[in-house]
Write a new protein. Structure first.
Length: 81
């Protein structure tokens, strides 16, 4: 993979990464990170966990979290985005 779309390894697990040349920043897949940290068995369960967490945080008034998380389409293990 290129530097633009790469896979990083964290504690033996894959995390999808995208490099933004203009901003000189890496963006990591939050679903992959949530899956690792919460030990979710599948990316789908991690995605559901993240969605519920965002909803709860928004209800508590943490709107900033939602505006600072950019949604990027990253390639999944099956080749889809």
């Amino acid at each position: 993979m290129t530097r633009q779309n790469a896979i990083q390894i964290f504690e033996g697990n894959q995390v999808r990464v995208a490099w933004n040349e203009e901003e000189e920043k890496y963006y990591f897949s939050i679903v992959d990170v949530v899956q690792i940290l919460t030990e979710q068995p599948t990316p789908r369960k991690a995605s559901t966990y993240w969605a519920v967490l965002k909803k709860r945080l928004k209800e508590e008034g943490a709107d900033e979290l939602l505006t600072n998380c950019k949604q990027l389409k990253m390639p999944a293990a099956d080749g889809r985005r």
